[in-house]
Design a protein around this ligand. Structure first.
Ligand code: HEC
Ligand code: HEC
Length: 335
């Protein structure tokens, strides 16, 4: 545990670097993970090949494994005018959502925790690919959603908060940022790099105990034994994967299929595509079999909520895992 704590302390500078140079933080994290005791303790024992076969680093080559050719403009190209101010606010909301969109956030996550590299990273549901894909019909709310409406969804579920009103500053800022990132990209919802790369079905059905082993070997050092992440001076250094401060049961990451794809392409941090597909499925299943805030679309009972919103084999909500009924935590907290 001392390893992980000092590891967190090492990155106490992260929150302040957010505003100026997140890239520098990422490189320092990467450099440390390549040279420090971290790799030795967390990976070497379980993945002896990691050192020799050097897995692709998403932080260095965003496009690895995705076949993506598009590169969004560099941040230095954000114009120095009123529009540029809005773009920068959108970027700040992505990087530190609890600070810049406080009224709409009910957990300690930021958009960037799942849409890595400030929403630029191919294979991590990048904002530029999303921007050119709306309006679109969504089965989740059974209507055609505008881009702003899609943004509202991530506030309600992934951020366990509430939706900013259409046309309000947070949504205008995020939309401006996404539009600016997508400059030069044709309008096309099949754009390469959108969402997460496909992951084949696992050879063996995803398994809790195998997933727990992957978690202990490859995730615990950053995300902690209780899945609660790590904090320095109240700022999130490593985000929570489950528990009261994480995404709620209505979030896209709560589908273990989505989670497996995200994890395969993005985790462990700085070691994209280093897990086997089976490991990604198993650890995603394990993560999504833990308790988290109630689905805000609560129908009065777990069974009714499952029947209406979780009728999928990839949602464990309302199912029994290890004798525990998941989601059986009462009505959502009102905020
Ligand atoms: C080196 C530290 C580190 C390791 C090891 C690591 N992660 Fe992460 N993880 C992060 C960071 C940092 C983020 C946020 C990314 C960002 O903000 O750019 C993150 C984000 C996530 C997220 C999305 C945000 C959330 O809280 O839900 C998931 C899911 C996740 N990690 C799962 C895993 C799993 C599963 C493993 C093990 C296979 C793992 N991580 C290993 C550092 C790590
Ligand atoms: C806990 C992880 C998580 C957090 C935090 C999060 N999202 Fe998402 N987001 C997802 C997942 C999962 C999807 C679905 C991706 C898919 O279906 O391929 C998604 C989808 C999206 C999409 C649509 C992508 C597309 O291509 O259609 C947008 C836009 C988006 N999120 C914006 C945001 C914004 C803005 C924030 C912060 C206010 C945010 N998200 C916070 C996990 C997260």
């Amino acid at each position: 545990m001392t390893t992980s704590l000092s590891f967190a302390a090492r990155f106490a500078a992260r929150p302040s670097s957010l505003k100026t140079s997140r890239a520098a933080f990422k490189l320092s994290l990467l450099a440390f993970s390549l040279t420090g005791a971290f790799v030795t303790s967390a990976f070497a024992a379980d993945a002896p090949s990691a050192a020799t076969s050097a897995p692709p680093k998403s932080e260095i080559n965003a496009a690895v494994g995705t076949g993506v050719k598009f590169t969004p403009p560099p941040e230095s190209a954000i114009p120095d005018d009123e529009f540029g101010k809005m773009v920068k606010l959108g970027r700040n909301i992505m990087l530190d959502t609890p600070k810049y969109a406080k009224a709409y956030v009910g957990n300690t996550l930021s958009c960037v925790n799942c849409h890595t590299d400030a929403g630029r990273m191919a294979g991590s549901a990048p904002l530029w690919a999303a921007y050119v894909s709306y309006p679109a019909y969504r089965g989740k709310n059974k209507k055609v959603n505008t881009f702003e409406e899609r943004l509202q969804g991530c506030f309600m579920y992934s951020q366990n908060g509430k939706a900013p009103a259409l046309g309000s500053e947070p949504l205008v800022a995020l939309e401006s940022y996404a539009y600016w990132l997508s400059k030069g990209l044709p309008v096309d919802e099949k754009v390469a790099g959108r969402g997460y790369p496909n992951l084949p079905e696992p050879a063996q059905a995803p398994d809790y105990v195998r997933g727990q082993k992957v978690y202990e070997a490859k995730c615990i050092v950053c995300h902690a034994a209780n899945g609660g992440g790590q904090y320095v001076n109240g700022e999130t250094v490593f985000p929570p994967l489950w528990g009261a401060k994480s995404f709620n049961w209505g979030a896209g990451m709560g589908s273990y299929k989505n989670a497996a794809k995200f994890i395969y392409a993005n985790m462990p941090y700085g070691m994209s595509y280093s897990l086997t597909p089976q490991e990604a499925w198993d650890v995603a299943y394990f993560m999504d079999a833990q308790e988290r805030p109630q689905d805000p679309r609560w129908q009065g009972s777990v069974a009714a909520t499952r029947a209406k919103f979780h009728d999928s084999k990839f949602s464990l909500y309302g199912t029994k895992v290890n004798g525990k009924l998941l989601g059986d935590i009462g009505a959502p907290k009102v905020r």
